[in-house]
Design a binder for this molecule. Structure first.
Ligand code: HXC
Length: 260
């Protein structure tokens, strides 16, 4: 598929997906969502890629939301379909077997905040701005914001942001736990790649099992969640990585993981 609204770059084991609609602050229309779906599916299925970074092109905007011009005249059924498409694509991102990091480089509003929230975690540039401004447009969030924001920052803070449509800066997003770290804009991708490098130096099967256990466990009761963890832990002992990791520790050398 040829992309017009996104750019997918490969750098060794990393893939970097740029949302690229500079004239509309990288807002998401249907075509952009379909391109993201295609790219994320390709990344998930490519054994050479071990980690995905999602960011916005340019230095002003990560994603300024769903495309308001596109949505303006939708019928109720068309709007439902558009929301459901975004939800499906964002669930796909959440379920990518490999780590996915959002590098938030400016406005992450509405669908942009929702895109950032379906990634495993978020690192922000100091000029990043977050918010769910939908009620100011007379709509609710539709790409998962009413569900993921309370899970990430707690129901009280999430509801305040949802009801007021307040836009918060990167430091406030850090304070409430929406982002893990704030860096200078020029340091954003280098910092995210540094974190990616630390992840990639570890056993990738164990990283992926950790992701799956955390994601699945958070959706269920604690007893079932512990059982999911026990299964993941047990499965590690069928991998070469577990043998290498423990042997390397005992031999006082650096592990050389092969993800098998
Ligand atoms: C369509 C958008 C857009 C968006 C910006 N643009 N955001 N177009 N959809 N979400 C366009 C503007 O119309 C403008 O086009 C150009 O990008 C530059 O934007 P400006 O407003 O001139 O820039 P600036 O003054 O710097 O303000 C930036 C901004 C503002 C704060 C990000 O654009 C803004 O508030 N945008 C809307 C944010 C928002 O409400 N997002 C939530 C959408 S609802 P022209 O042609 O005039 O140059 C949503 C629902 C998700 O996301 C769920 C759906 C199911």
């Amino acid at each position: 598929m040829a992309y017009e609204n996104i750019i997918l770059e490969r750098e060794e084991k990393l893939a970097v997906l740029y949302i690229n609609r500079p004239k509309a602050m990288n807002a998401l229309n249907k075509d952009t969502l379909l391109e993201i779906k295609d790219a994320v599916t390709a990344v998930n299925e490519d054994p050479a890629v071990e980690l995905l970074i999602i960011t916005g092109s340019g230095d002003k905007s990560f994603v300024a939301g769903a495309d308001i011009a596109f949505m303006q005249n939708l019928s109720a059924m068309e709007a439902r379909e558009f929301g459901a498409l975004g939800q499906k694509v964002f669930r796909l991102i959440e379920a990518v077997e490999k780590p996915v990091i959002a590098a938030v480089n400016g406005f992450a509003l509405g669908g942009g905040c929702e895109l950032a929230m379906c990634c495993d975690f978020r690192i922000a540039a100091s000029n990043a701005k977050f918010g769910q401004p939908e009620v100011g447009l007379g709509i609710t969030p539709g790409f998962g914001g009413t569900q993921r924001l309370p899970r990430l920052v707690g129901p009280g803070m999430a509801k305040q942001l949802l009801y007021t449509a307040d836009v918060i800066n990167a430091d406030e997003a850090f304070r409430i736990g929406l982002v893990n770290k704030v860096v200078q804009p020029e340091e954003l991708l280098p910092e995210v790649k540094k974190i990616a490098g630390r992840i990639l130096s570890k056993g990738q099967l164990a990283v992926r099992l950790s992701k799956a256990a955390a994601n699945e466990g958070m959706q269920t009761d604690i007893d079932r969640a512990m059982s999911i963890e026990a299964d993941a832990f047990g499965l590690c002992f069928a991998t070469q990585d577990q043998k290498e990791g423990m042997t390397a520790f005992l031999e006082k050398r650096k592990a050389n993981f092969i993800s098998k």
